[in-house]
Design a protein around this ligand. Sequence first.
Ligand SMILES: C[S@@+](CC[C@H](N)C(=O)[O-])C[C@H]1O[C@@H](n2cnc3c(N)ncnc32)[C@H](O)[C@@H]1O
Length: 280
Amino acid sequence: MNIAHKPFSLPALSVVESNDFTRAARILHTRAGILLGSHKRDMAERTLGLRAKKVNFATVREYLDLLEQSPHSPEWENFVNAFTINHTAFFREQHHFEILGDFVKTRTKPLSIWCAASSTGEEPYSIAITLQEYCPQPSYGVNIIATDIDTKAIERAKAGVYSMERVKPVPEEQLKKYFQRGVGERAGMVRVKQAVRDMVKFDVLNLLSPTWHSNEKFDAIFCRNTMIYFDKETQTRILERFAQVLKPGGLLFAGHSENFTYLTKAFRLQGQTVYVVSET
Ligand SMILES: C[S@@+](CC[C@H](N)C(=O)[O-])C[C@H]1O[C@@H](n2cnc3c(N)ncnc32)[C@H](O)[C@@H]1O
């Protein structure tokens, strides 16, 4: 077969106009807090063109009209999911898990930890494994809540299935103890064992939402590598709400490039991007 002249075809996109990017960036920022920099323009326009086509609009303008006019449209989920960045890893910033382990030994049960942008689950399962290792009787009086705005990421997190490549940061001994190896169709994959999965309750939650968890107070909150996508005003608002839901002496774990020292007095830097809630 002569394939030399076979036309190269891309999936057709809906029509993108010059102001669609700015409008979409504003809509995304209002809904999810995420800032879409102009360096992402090409990627964003392509994504918008594909989404608009998928829901049968000839133009991205009509697609954005739908989002603006229908705050409860199911398409919101796809729109936000398309612009989240889910990069994560097991035991990312390893020192935080050592600090967490030592910290939980000083606290009294019941222990509650909130992983506030848990992506595909590697971070909350690293928390659960740490508690298994450091807490006496970890199946009792330990509550881990893991949330994210991205519905697809939460689905993957709940399944707890990962490639061998993804679990490389997990020490061999813990890999044997807390993961089961896939067989047959799942060869080359591992699944977090039921006992560890049972420790984590996953839910979809937008950090910008006016209500979070009902009256729940936490010993520690992990919100790492997420605030960098928000503007300073949004970061400050969220930090002050985090302070209100932490128990006295509670810790906030931030990402390696996040510095909240100048944003609010609600937290004091303890070191290594770990903050302790200020006494009121
Ligand atoms: C780069 S990942 C960080 C994952 C993990 N915390 C870590 O450090 O490995 C950022 C996560 O923040 C989530 N996110 C972005 N905006 C959010 C919002 N408004 N509310 C909740 N989660 C959000 C994204 O869906 C994404 O999964």
